[in-house]
Design a protein around this ligand. Structure first.
Ligand code: Z5A
Length: 207
């Protein structure tokens, strides 16, 4: 049985990752592709507990190193218990955020060194990398407006605007560094137009 493909969805606050996840899942299923949807941080019972700790805005101050290690601890569990077995089984994995988010939030947002992140990436993931990453990109103010309308702000969403500008820049830098894997989708357009761009990119990938 051929190994499944690993697709990740990335982007800053409120750009529409969750909204478009179901659309992509349905599109793949229409093409008879078995697909399993998951998210980071999270995806296993323990990783979801770590997610809760990471997002808790009433938490004690979490140091940059602790945050980075928590993200990778959750990822290690997720890879071992969900992502790898699913891909090995021939099922595709569609994941809401993965390591590009670490380069964006802990690297761009928190100024952690990319070389440190890369070291942990190699340690925890071995050779595992996404086959395709869809990066939804929109001006920070638009995403934050949308996120505010949707729910109470979590620990990350309570950051200042400069943090999100750095996150966006780091995401776009990742896309420049990995142009074959990461495809940038304009997220500040009507949902139908975002969906059409997604169909284009995923259609090309399937071919
Ligand atoms: N994090 C990290 O620091 N390091 C890591 O390595 C990883 C994660 C993996 C949790 O992620 C946090 O973890 C995250 C970074 C950190 N920071 N935060 N916060 P998350 O995925 O749960 O967090 P999120 O970015 O806040 O996701 P979100 O709030 O679920 O946003 P979204 O999925 O991108 O947006 P949405 O919920 O689909 O859409 C927001 C609203 O906009 C909603 O009302 C939609 O109906 C509306 N929407 C969506 N698209 C459109 C268009 N095109 N037009 C108009 N309105 C739209």
């Amino acid at each position: 049985m051929p190994r499944g493909k690993f697709i990740t969805l990335e982007g800053g606050e409120g750009v529409g990752k969750t909204t478009n996840l179901a659309f992509i899942e349905n599109y793949l299923k229409l093409h008879n592709i078995p697909v399993s949807v998951t998210r980071e941080p999270g995806g296993t019972a323990l990783a979801e507990k770590i997610r809760k700790l990471l997002l808790d805005k009433d938490s004690e101050a979490i140091s940059e190193h602790a945050e980075l290690l928590m993200v990778f601890a959750a990822r290690a569990q997720h890879i071992k218990h969900v992502i790898e077995p699913t891909l090995a089984n021939g099922t595709w994995v569609l994941c809401d955020r993965f390591t590009d988010a670490t380069y964006a939030y802990q690297g761009g947002g928190r100024n952690m060194k990319n070389s440190t992140i890369e070291w942990l990436e190699n340690l925890v993931q071995g050779i595992l990398r996404p086959d395709l990453t869809l990066l939804l990109d929109a001006p920070v103010e638009i995403g934050l407006e949308r996120a505010k309308l949707r729910s109470n702000l979590d620990r990350f969403e309570s950051e200042k605007i400069n943090f999100f500008e750095q996150v966006r820049r780091a995401y776009l830098l990742q896309a420049e560094l990995h142009p074959n894997r990461i495809k940038v989708i304009k997220a500040n357009q009507a949902l139908i137009d975002v969906e059409n761009e997604l169909i284009n990119v995923i259609g090309n990938f399937l071919r």
